[in-house]
Design a protein around this ligand. Structure first.
Ligand SMILES: [Mg+2]
Ligand SMILES: [Zn+2]
Length: 194
């Protein structure tokens, strides 16, 4: 079985903009592509898992999410990075959407479970990187390790959400490059223990 690094999108790979409802609002964070290239080189799968409720809220059509991801993949490939998968929850939160209760909206683990089936992943050997405690909670639900990044909503999450959260990240990183550095070191430690 393979291991993966699951990457949240907004606030982790690209700047948190509220809703990315125009291609101009997709702006990569510094070092993000190099970090993904490091994941690619390590043999770990790189998989994006993202909540995009803006479609369900009527802020943009569902097809627009694909346009944003085409741009993301183009920017990645220009610098030699790639993804092994992109998993999207386009449903709204329970309060705003009749499709309430989908099992793929973070913090629920549906996207991770789907990716694990598709890509033959060992989730207990995998990692989630995100800027929200919902990313940490999703990781826990699936038995994966979690890194909280301080980009995007990360600082506020750590200060205001973290103290009351029943789940804690395994590591808090300044940004995605530092998160990947920690993950690769953690993998070496786990490899040595086996
Ligand atoms: Mg995020
Ligand atoms: Zn969903």
């Amino acid at each position: 079985m393979e291991r993966a690094v699951f990457l949240d999108r907004d606030g982790t790979i690209n700047e948190e903009m509220g809703y990315v409802n125009h291609l101009d609002r997709f702006v990569l964070l510094p070092g993000a592509v190099a970090a993904i290239r490091s994941i690619n080189a390590s043999g770990l799968k790189a998989v994006v898992v993202t909540n995009q409720s803006g479609a369900a809220r009527g802020y943009f059509p569902v097809a627009f999410i694909d346009r944003v991801h085409e741009k993301m993949l183009r920017l990645f490939s220009e610098e030699g990075a790639f993804l092994d998968g992109i998993y999207i929850c386009s449903h709204g939160p329970p309060s705003a959407d009749p499709e309430a209760g989908c099992d793929c909206r973070k913090p629920r683990p549906g996207l991770l479970l789907q990716a694990a089936r598709d890509l033959n992943l060992d989730l207990s050997g995998s990692y989630v990187v995100g800027d929200r405690f919902q990313d940490v909670e999703m990781a826990r639900e699936a038995g994966a390790r979690a890194v909280l990044v301080l980009t995007g909503y990360g600082r506020g999450e750590l200060q205001f959400v973290g103290p009351a959260s029943p789940v804690k990240p395994d590591f808090v990183a300044a940004d995605l490059p530092q998160a990947v550095e920690w993950i690769l070191a953690d993998l070496r430690i786990r490899g040595a223990e086996r």
